[in-house]
Design a protein around this ligand. Structure first.
Ligand SMILES: [Fe+2]
Ligand SMILES: [Fe+2]
Length: 351
């Protein structure tokens, strides 16, 4: 807010100016003598000062000189009842920007004085707006940098995970691609509302869904034979570990529940919380299908990769028990369409 200081030993004059300027929305302070005026200038650094020329103790010209020595950008309008030519020219020389004469009529205050105030403050107002715009630009720039840094952090976490588990190399990227394929099909053919934010969230969640495996022992993670019950319990800790690892990152609070729930089942027999289908977030159900498909069609320490046809048969068998039927259907349709397009492209290339 633009600040104005009124300096006049005649209280009525000072109050009249204060009243008018406050009504116009300025922040106005009043000082009745020079010393108090200079203290107010130093403490509040006003944009504009109305300064009476003739005051006891310290004259307006002395106050003006001190203000100019302190800060040349503060504009000073002199207030005078009668001024000799010498005093007026000395005030101009010292840097006064304008004069008003007292006593005031209402119309003189309303029109001429306000016109002078606007003229003097216009530049300050424009500078304030420029400074604010500059600040907004800096904030925009900073927020872009923060989100870019955050994105890089997400990616390096995912890479750290996959470099540790040699059998799941590329797993989170494939889960992301399958999940996006399902989301597009749900939007196009099942009228499910899916916007840009949903896809961005799906990207983060699919890339990080298994991040908690960082806390699971290598021996269990890369074991060649069948897992014992204890070892399987150890694996089942990973959604909880993911939530614990990601909890300090403010930007992804809303993603944690999805990541935490990607091994829940529609029939409520999943882990870690045995949540029933209606309590499982949609994106967790999508990732569950994409995740299972990639697990079946990739080599694992204990078995070779299964075929895509076999994996789809398995997904279909688990509809409404392990997986959401609508999502299995959406994935199966989208995958067939995509395979059809690729096949067509392949044939075109041969021709
Ligand atoms: Fe998982
Ligand atoms: Fe996974």
């Amino acid at each position: 807010m633009l600040e104005i200081l009124v300096v006049d030993d005649e209280q009525e004059i000072a109050k009249a100016l204060q009243c008018l300027l406050s009504e116009k929305g300025y922040s106005v302070r009043v000082a009745y003598e020079g010393k108090a005026a200079l203290e107010a200038v130093k403490k509040h650094r006003p944009h504009l000062v109305f300064l009476d020329i003739r005051m006891p103790l310290m004259s307006g010209l002395t106050v003006l000189r001190n203000i100019r020595d302190y800060d040349r950008s503060i504009k000073v309008i002199m207030v005078t009842a009668f001024g000799t030519k010498e005093i007026v020219s000395e005030a101009w020389r010292l840097g006064a920007v304008d004069f008003i004469r007292k006593p005031f009529t209402k119309s003189y205050l309303e029109h001429e004085v306000m016109a002078k105030v606007s003229a003097q403050l216009f530049e300050d107002l424009r500078r304030e707006i420029d400074e604010k715009n500059e600040l907004i630009n800096q904030l925009k720039h900073l927020s872009k940098r923060v989100s870019r840094n955050f994105y890089q952090t997400v990616m390096s976490l995912a890479t750290a995970l996959e470099s540790r588990d040699r059998y799941t190399h590329g797993h989170s990227e494939r889960v992301e691609n399958y999940s996006k394929l399902i989301a597009k099909e749900l939007k196009d053919n099942h009228e499910i509302e899916i916007d840009r934010k949903f896809i961005e969230n799906l990207h983060i969640e699919s890339r990080l869904h298994d991040i908690g495996k960082i806390a699971i022992s290598d021996t269990v993670l890369n074991k060649k034979g069948k897992l014992t019950d204890e070892e399987y319990d150890e694996i089942k800790r990973h959604p909880g570990e993911s939530a614990r690892i990601l909890a300090p990152l403010d930007n992804i609070k809303e993603n944690i529940d999805v990541i935490y729930s990607h091994h829940e089942r529609i029939d409520g027999k999943g882990y870690p919380n045995r949540k029933p289908g209606e309590k499982i977030p949609l994106r967790a159900k999508i990732i569950a299908v994409a995740d299972a498909f990639d697990a079946m069609t990739s080599n694992r320490p204990y078995r070779k990769a299964m075929s895509q046809d076999f994996a789809f048969k398995e997904l279909n068998k688990q509809k409404d028990t392990q997986f959401d039927a609508m999502i299995v259907d959406a994935f199966s349709n989208a995958f067939k369409k995509k395979a059809g397009v690729s096949r067509k492209e392949e044939i075109m290339m041969k021709i």
